[in-house]
Design a binder for this molecule. Structure first.
Ligand code: ADP
Ligand code: MG
Length: 221
């Protein structure tokens, strides 16, 4: 059975007098241990999908089945537990705490979960062995995103969701972050969903690509 299954998921936003159809009947599934990419231009509805998968937003209708359980039926408390134990999330702008070191940023995330991995080991795993005591401002964009990745991995999540993780990086660093996501996927068998608008990177990755446009999936190959 698929690890992630979204079935006819719909989400609308209401702004002033108008209705925005952010997701319309979005259906796709991702197998356990798979790496899938959601591609689409700005406003296509990609972040809406990812936020719903990560339990950070809820849909209006449709099922969101993760590991056999429909999280769209979860209470707030259940969603909080789901986010803590099952999900790792990476954002475009890293969202690190500026006055904490790399190690402290990862420790902070590890403190709220029961079976956290060792922060230093995870930082070494993402290639930051000699950067653990640096503050975000002392790190390059690529290094900051690695810290964010370590933070996302420290709870040993079964699913890693990355929303435009390379959106703020140059082509070299972008490629390295994508390769790192792939390595995590292969080595840890973590199910990974990456959102991007960068078609070049997607073509180079040779992975499953779900393309979205105006709230709808237009291809899945
Ligand atoms: P993408 O990530 O592909 O750029 P989003 O999922 O962020 O797209 O947004 C899809 C659509 O929903 C866009 O038109 C966006 O403006 C709208 N939208 C997203 N979040 C909100 C919100 N909180 N309030 C109102 N409109 C929103
Ligand atoms: Mg987005």
């Amino acid at each position: 059975m698929a690890y992630i299954e979204m079935i006819n998921s719909c989400k609308t936003y209401h702004m002033g007098g108008s209705t925005i159809y952010a997701n319309r009947d979005v259906s796709f599934s991702v197998e356990k241990g798979e790496l899938a990419i959601i591609l689409g231009s700005s406003g296509a509805g990609k972040s809406t999908v990812l936020n719903i998968l990560g339990g950070m937003d809820s849909n209006d209708s449709g099922k969101v089945i993760i590991d056999g359980k429909d999280i769209s039926k979860y209470s707030r408390t259940q969603l909080t537990a789901y986010r803590r134990t099952d999900v790792g999330f990476v954002f475009q702008f890293y969202n690190l705490v500026q006055n904490l070191t790399a190690k402290e940023n990862v420790e902070l995330a590890s403190e709220i979960v029961e079976h956290a991995l060792d922060p230093v080991t995870v930082l070494k795993d993402v290639g930051l062995a000699d950067r653990i005591n640096n503050f975000p401002a002392q790190l390059s964009g690529g290094e900051q995103q690695r810290v964010a990745l370590a933070r996302a991995l420290v709870n040993n999540p079964s699913v890693l969701l990355a929303d435009e993780p390379t959106g703020n990086l140059d082509p070299n660093n972008s490629w390295e972050i994508m390769k790192l996501l792939e390595e995590i996927n292969v080595r840890r068998r973590t199910t990974v969903v990456v959102v991007t608008h960068n078609r070049e990177i997607v073509n180079a990755m040779q992975k499953r690509v779900i393309t979205m446009k105006k709230g709808v999936i237009i291809s899945d190959e």
